[in-house]
Design a binder for this molecule. Structure first.
Ligand code: DC
Length: 224
C-alpha cells in the first residue's frame, strides 16, 4: 500500500485502435479526473531512441534513456525534452516502435514510477495494456475495452482519412493484427484481460455509450 492508494483509479486496457484513448479522455473530463495515456510513454521512448539512432532492440540503453526523459503533457500537447512532438509521436512508424520497445521488461520497469506519479486527487483514468494487471492492480474500476480487428481497422482508416492522410484499409488491418500479436504474446506484461476486469465490446457502441457505461461502472464501485 502506498500513500496514494486511497485515490481512485479507473484502469482501461485494450488493443490498438479500440478507441480506448478517446473514451478514457471523455471519462476523465466528465469526472474531473487526471488522465494517463501510457501508450504515449512507450511511443516517446521509441521516438527519443530514433532521434539519437538507438536501436529499438537495445533494452539496457533504452531503459537508461527512459529514466532521463523530460516528458510533459501540456493540455493536449506532448512535450519531449522541451520539444512539441504531438504529431510525430502519433505516426504509425512510432506506434510500431512503441510496440517493439514495450517488449523489454527493463523499459517497462523504467516507466513504472512515472506512471504512478499520475495518480493524484481527485482520481485518475489510466489507459494502456497493463493498467489493471501491473501498474494499478488496486484500481477500483477495471475495464477491458475492445472491438473486432475489422472495426478497429475501419476506425483507424476513417481517422487517417479525416486528417487527409493516405491510407489503405487492408494494410491497416494487417498492421493491427501484427501489433495485437506482439502485444499479446510478449512475456513481459502482455495485453490480456485482467480476471477482475469488465469486458466492454464496443464494435456496436458509440463513444458516448462506452463513456456512460464506464462512468456507471465506476459509480457502482464507489457505492460498494
Ligand atoms: O496505445 P498505443 O497504441 O499508443 O500504444 C503503443 C504501444 O505501446 C502498443 O503497441 C503497446 C505499448 N504499450 C504497452 O506495452 N503498455 C501500455 N500500457 C501501453 C502501450
Amino acid at each position: 500500500m502506498t500513500y496514494t492508494s486511497h485515490i481512485p483509479v479507473i484502469a482501461i486496457d485494450g488493443p490498438s485502435a479500440s478507441g480506448k484513448g478517446t473514451v478514457a479522455q471523455h471519462v476523465a473530463r466528465q469526472l474531473g479526473y487526471h488522465y494517463l495515456d501510457s501508450g504515449a510513454l512507450y511511443r516517446l521512448v521509441a521516438l527519443a531512441a530514433r532521434h539519437v539512432n538507438m536501436s529499438w532492440q537495445n533494452a539496457g540503453a533504452l531503459a537508461t534513456m527512459a529514466l532521463e526523459l523530460d516528458i510533459r503533457f501540456v493540455d493536449d500537447r506532448i512535450m519531449l525534452n522541451g520539444q512539441d512532438v504531438s504529431e510525430e509521436v502519433r505516426s504509425e512508424e512510432i506506434g510500431k516502435g512503441a510496440s517493439e520497445v514495450a517488449v523489454h521488461p527493463e523499459v517497462r520497469a523504467a516507466l513504472l514510477d512515472l506512471q504512478h506519479s499520475f495518480r493524484k486527487p481527485p482520481g485518475l483514468v489510466a489507459d494502456g495494456r497493463d493498467m489493471a494487471t501491473v501498474v494499478f492492480p488496486d484500481a477500483a474500476t477495471k475495464i477491458f475495452l475492445t472491438a473486432t480487428a475489422e472495426v478497429r481497422a475501419e476506425r483507424r482508416y476513417k481517422q487517417l482519412m479525416e486528417k487527409g492522410k493516405h491510407a489503405n484499409l487492408r494494410d491497416i488491418l494487417h498492421d493491427l493484427q501484427l501489433r495485437d500479436a506482439r502485444d499479446s504474446q510478449r512475456t513481459a506484461a502482455p495485453l490480456q484481460q485482467s480476471a477482475d476486469a469488465i469486458l466492454l465490446e464496443t464494435s456496436q457502441l458509440s463513444i458516448e455509450e462506452a463513456v456512460k457505461f464506464i462512468i456507471e461502472a465506476a459509480g457502482q464501485q464507489h457505492a460498494h
